[in-house]
Design a protein around this ligand. Sequence first.
Ligand SMILES: NC(=O)c1ccc[n+]([C@@H]2O[C@H](COP(=O)([O-])OP(=O)(O)OC[C@H]3O[C@@H](n4cnc5c(N)ncnc54)[C@H](OP(=O)(O)O)[C@@H]3O)[C@@H](O)[C@H]2O)c1
Length: 438
Amino acid sequence: MSEPLRLGVAGLGTVGSALIQLVHNKQNMLADRCGRTIRVTGMNARTAGRDRGFSTDGMKWFDNPADLAVSDDIDVFVELMGGEDEPALGAVKAALSAGKHVVTANKALLAKHGVELALLAEENGVLLNCEAAVAGGIPIIKVMRESLTANAVTRVFGILNGTCNYILTRMEAEGMTFEDCLADAQKLGYAEADPTFDIEGNDTAHKLAILASLAFGTQIAGDAIYLEGITKITIADIEAAKEMGYRIKLLGVATRTAAGVESRVHPAMVPLGSAIAEIGGVTNAVAIEADTVGSLMMSGPGAGGDATASAVAGDICDIAKSKPGRQHGPVLGQPANTLVPHERSAMTAHSGGYFLRLNVVDKPGTMASIATRFAEHDISLESIVQKRGATDDGEAPIVLVTHETSEEAIGKALAGIQSDGRLLGEAQMIRIEKLNES
Ligand SMILES: NC(=O)c1ccc[n+]([C@@H]2O[C@H](COP(=O)([O-])OP(=O)(O)OC[C@H]3O[C@@H](n4cnc5c(N)ncnc54)[C@H](OP(=O)(O)O)[C@@H]3O)[C@@H](O)[C@H]2O)c1
C-alpha cells in the first residue's frame, strides 16, 4: 500500500467534525478503496482546546489556518471554515502555492474567488475539489465536470437551499405564515440565527454561480445573478398557485440565451406533479438539460454534517487515488485560463409566463383598463380570476396568468395599470418556469 494521505482540516464545526469522524470510522473501507490510508494529521479552528466530541490523537493543533495549509505534516488542505474572504482565501492560496491539494465546501469563497483559485491550482499542478460547495451531498459537480463533458448544456436549475424549501413546503402543507415557518426552522436548526443569506437567495446564488461556470464554460460571476428571495411570498400566493396547478419553489436557474447567460434566483411557479415540484422539505435537487443526454435530475440532502462530509470525503478519495506527478484535470471542467467572461443577459429580456396577483380598485372599467394595458404590450392572458368579492374598502383581489412574454412587457403593463390608478398596493409577480417534462 502507498504512503498514507495526510489531511490538514481547518474548521471543526458541523462539517469538519463529521468529516473527521467519518475518516476515522471508515478508515479500513477507505483504505481498501483508495489503496492507501487516509489520516487527519493537522487541525485548526477559531477556538483552541474545545472538546469537539472526537479523539484528536495524532492530530497536531495549528493556531493559524495558513500555517496548517503549508505545513510539511499534510498533503491535502481541507478548508471547512467558510467565509468569502480571510482567513479562508489566504489559507487556500497558501496551500495551492505550496503544491498542496485543496478540498473545500466553501461556495461563498468560490463564487467570489473561484477563477483565481482554479488558475492557481492548475498552475501548481494540484487539485482544488469542491463537490460539497453545491447541493451538499449531491455529487453534481463531478457529474457536470466529468460525466457530461460531451454535452452542451442549455439550462441548469434547481432547489439549492434547504432552508427556503423547508419554509415553502411547510407554508403550503400547514397554512403557516412565512414568519412562523422561519421561526420554526430556526428552532429546529434548519435556519441560521441570521437567516438573511438563505431567505434572500444569496446562498442559492453562490451555488448557481459555480453551476453556471461548469455548464457554460464561463468565469464564475457571483455578482451577475438576478436575486429575489422568498420573504414576500404569502399564503395567498401559495393557495392561488395551487388553484392554477402550480407550486412555488425558490429556484436558481442558469440558461444560455442568444444574449448571454441568464442567471437568476427567485421564487418560481413549477407545475404540480413535475419532478421538481415534488422536492419537499430540506431536500435539494439539480436538473440539467443538455443536447446529448437530454434532461436529468439529481435530488438528495443539500446540507447536514454527514451528507456534506460524504461529498468532502469523496473529493479526498479522488486525491488519494490520483497518481503522484500526474497532470490533474481542470477544476471547472475546462482549463481556467480558457473560461470566457460571463456575458450577462438582462432580466428585462427574460421570456416566460407570469403569475400576477393584484389588488385593484373595484370600480366599473377596471377590468377593461387592465386588459387594455396588457394588450398594448402584446401580452396574452391564459387566465384571469377574481379571488373574492370586493372588500368594504372597494378593493378586489385578482390573479392573472400570462402566456409567454418578456419581463420588459410585464413591467410596462404593470406601470400602466398603476398610472391609471387601478392598482392598490404592490403587485405580486412570480415567474412561471417552463419545464421540458412531458
Ligand atoms: N453545514 C452544512 O450543512 C454545509 C453544507 C454544505 C457546505 N457547507 C460549507 O462548509 C463550510 C463549513 O460549514 P459548517 O456548517 O461546518 O460551519 P460551522 O459549523 O460554523 O463551523 C465553522 C468552523 O470553522 C471555524 N472557524 C470559523 N472562523 C474561523 C477563523 N477565522 N479561523 C479559524 N477557524 C475558524 C470554527 O471554529 P470554532 O469551532 O472554534 O468556532 C468552526 O470550527 C462552509 O463553507 C459552509 O458553507 C456547510
